[in-house]
Design a protein around this ligand. Structure first.
Ligand SMILES: Cc1cc2nc3c(=O)[nH]c(=O)nc-3n(C[C@H](O)[C@H](O)[C@H](O)COP(=O)(O)OP(=O)(O)OC[C@H]3O[C@@H](n4cnc5c(N)ncnc54)[C@H](O)[C@@H]3O)c2cc1C
Length: 217
């Protein structure tokens, strides 16, 4: 018997899918979006990096009910939060927590396709050291690429040797004045994105076209 291979699921690094999760009776309240955390062309497996939020409906479903073999219904891929056509500007990727997902996808895509790039500055924020996501992987890219910088800001880790506090101080320190050779990608929750957009565009004076973001909620 000839069993056809499944169609490859095609997406661009940085895009998300939307899942219809059995968490609510009303269909509209069942949809949750998740950025794909691995890169395109890595086989027909999608990886996700999902926050554990106390009281969250999808959280409860993912962390308490889903097990190996559970079938998830999803639509997509969607979204325009993807790499620029030309990587001739430094990409400053700013995220908190699971906002790392689209950036991991982009960085893996650049690595797999051996795309030449001017520079990548990954700025990751979370509370404590045990919340640093994909640390070894990004440290490996840092060791591999001289033009890849990786900074971590921890807000509740007094003995941390790196940045203590929030991601905002990191990009403000490195990019204190407008310049044309950078583009900012922001990913995470409303408070972080609002503050970063205000800091970069209103306070520092970067052009709107240099600041792109993916808002999780
Ligand atoms: C385009 C897109 C991509 C996304 N990609 C991801 C992803 O890759 N990984 C991921 O974990 N989530 C991602 N999200 C968020 C995700 O869709 C859900 O909102 C999240 O999983 C919480 O769902 P829940 O049902 O557990 O919580 P709900 O019951 O829906 O949450 C209740 C409320 O809390 C807010 N909230 C949820 N989590 C947080 C948080 N950590 N900080 C502050 N407020 C919060 C929600 O916005 C909501 O208003 C994405 C959202 C969008 C729109």
């Amino acid at each position: 018997m000839n069993i056809p291979e499944p169609e490859p699921f095609e997406f661009k690094a940085g895009q998300f899918v939307t899942m219809d999760l059995p968490v609510h009776e009303k269909r509209l309240n069942r949809w949750r979006s998740y950025s794909i955390a691995n890169g395109p062309g890595e086989g027909n497996t999608l990886e996700f990096c999902i926050v554990h939020m106390n009281g969250g409906l999808a959280t409860q479903y993912f962390f308490e009910e889903v097990k190996e073999g559970t079938v998830l219904r999803l639509k997509g891929p969607d979204g325009g939060f993807v790499l620029p056509e030309q990587l001739d500007k430094t990409l400053v990727l700013v995220c908190t927590g699971t906002g790392i997902a689209p950036f991991r996808s982009m960085i893996r895509d650049i690595h797999r396709r051996k795309l030449p790039f001017k520079g990548i500055h990954l700025i990751f924020g979370t509370r404590r050291e045990d919340g640093i996501l994909y640390r070894e992987e990004f440290e490996a890219y840092r060791d591999l690429w001289p033009n890849f910088r990786y900074d971590i800001a921890l807000s509740r880790e007094p003995d941390w040797a790196g940045y203590k506090g929030y991601v905002h101080q990191v990009y403000l320190e490195h990019y204190p004045a407008p310049r044309e050779d950078v583009v900012f990608y922001l990913c995470g929750w409303q408070n972080m994105i609002d503050e970063a957009v205000a800091n970069l565009i209103v306070k520092t004076g970067f052009d709107k076209s240099q600041v792109r973001y993916e808002l999780y909620g």
